[in-house]
Design a protein around this ligand. Sequence first.
Ligand code: FE
Ligand code: FE
Ligand code: ZN
Length: 277
Amino acid sequence: MLFLGCHLSASEGFAAMVKTAEGIGANTFAFFTRNPRGSRAKEEDPADAARAVEMLQSGGFGPLVAHGAYTMNLCGADPDARAFAASILADDLRRMAALPGNFYNFHPGSHVKQGVETGVEYISQALRAALAPGYPVRVCLETMAGKGTEVGGNFRELRMILDAVGSSEVGVCLDTCHVYDGGYDIVNDLDGVLAEFDREIGLDRLWAMHLNDSKNPFSSHKDRHACIGEGSLGTDAFRRIVNHPALKGKPMILETPNELPGYAREIALLRGLEKKA
Ligand code: FE
Ligand code: FE
Ligand code: ZN
């Protein structure tokens, strides 16, 4: 089963997102748990969440992949800002309990020249604290393009975080634009990259995908998303991705520069690339 969707606006609530998703042929989706460039979150609406859970089930949806705010940096240099980011993470996981069994993905953070080891330590501290209450949500670390001092620009750094957290509730969301930008050649050697992922992290920890083409060439560490088939990855790379046995059944989220009609077209395009048995 191909679970495909895109980022949707959470402004009208969870049930409205499920309805929008169904209207564009999606059977998963992503949403920001709070203002992506700030920290404000919507007021919680348990009745809306309960309705959404029912709709997701009856609609045959795969797991959703919520996204933490871009501004949440768990490994910044300022202790107060770091504590604030950790409190946002904890609050996000608590809120996700209204949609049990889904994923929460976030950017590990930027160590701002404190070094990868220090960054990993801060990120894992925050994760251990946020995971302690045992909410029914699994957390994905996103593979990053390796821009500036981003942590998570290679598989080894993600492995370091997973080891330091020591919880089976944490896995990885693989972003196709980011890994290609980060120097993993999924265009010419998808099998090799997945084998490396398996050696470094373990494919059992690969839980979700972000499907984006890239505006920049291989290994450019830039992180600029392009529409599917319009960037340096190209349509054939996505044909191999949606048909790869190791990626079957993972929720695949588009973060391409589109409005809803464009997302509907890309979802249809990707469904068309799937080889029917
Ligand atoms: Fe992201
Ligand atoms: Fe992404
Ligand atoms: Zn990106």
